[in-house]
Design a protein around this ligand. Sequence first.
Ligand SMILES: Nc1nc2c(ncn2[C@@H]2O[C@H](COP(=O)(O)OP(=O)(O)OP(=O)(O)O)[C@@H](O)[C@H]2O)c(=O)[nH]1
Ligand SMILES: [Mg+2]
Length: 299
Amino acid sequence: MSKQDFRSGYVAFIGRPNAGKSTLLNRLVGEKIAAVSNKPQTTRHKIQGIVSREDGQIVFVDTPGVHKPGHLLNRRMMAAVHDAILNVDLIVLMRDASVSTGNGDRFVFELVKDSGKPALLVLNKIDKIKAKSDLLPLIDGYSGEHEFAEIIPISALKGDAIDILLTQIVKHLPVGDPIFGEDEMTDQPLRSIAAEMVREKILASTGEEIPYVTAVVPEVWDDSDPEITRIFCAIYVERASQKKIVIGKGGSRIKDVGTKARIDIEKLIGKKVFLKLFVKVVEDWRNRERDLDEMGVRQ
Ligand SMILES: Nc1nc2c(ncn2[C@@H]2O[C@H](COP(=O)(O)OP(=O)(O)OP(=O)(O)O)[C@@H](O)[C@H]2O)c(=O)[nH]1
Ligand SMILES: [Mg+2]
């Protein structure tokens, strides 16, 4: 590959909550760097994942799912979406193809249209569509919505059509030098990824309001022992009753969350981990500038 043919650029994943944006990011990067869950609003800030290939380098920007903002937290989340749209070379609009189109989707289509940026439409979760012939009318319908550069059905979970997607993405990027080093994977500090792994396990094991009122802040990261990394994370909730739920009967839930998160973090850093979790009640943290800053939910 000659230097003149090498392409590089930023690509944002934009879509409704639960479309599978973070699942795709993890799949493309080949490491778990973003939390994934079946609860909406899992991703709260921009996460970059870097893919280096022979023909190009792509910096993927995972963003929070597009939703109506209620708290300051949600307003910051939506600001991250707008910021990503403004600053990328290409948009990947992602839809869960197994559910029907609603008003929320139309809002996302408009966002992408208004940006004037080139966009690919990714129809995700095709593993859930039994009759593949159902895909054609879907693709037809969407091509009437907007002039997408491509419409690509994939399964982020199973890894179907991921290579096709990557090749198409590179094709639509500008010619240019790599932006990051070849072996760089993400802009996220390890401690933020670790905190996200803890939050992911809490999301997986709770329902109702707990996923929305929970945040995880890494407070201590001690690498002084070459054998083991000691990590202390605070789990924020808003009320004492929620603290009880997160801790679980006799501490069973927080113990289970800790064990599962520790396994993910050990895989990530390639070292033994001691993980200590504790719960803090901070009323209305979702509307408090300082708490959000500390949690890394950036302006
Ligand atoms: N069957 C199936 N499930 C998928 C696929 N991709 C993602 N999922 C599931 O969909 C759910 C949502 O995935 P996420 O990757 O967290 O979705 P997201 O778009 O990042 O969601 P937000 O961060 O809330 O905006 C999870 O339960 C995933 O396992 C897919 O290709 N097939
Ligand atoms: Mg996500």
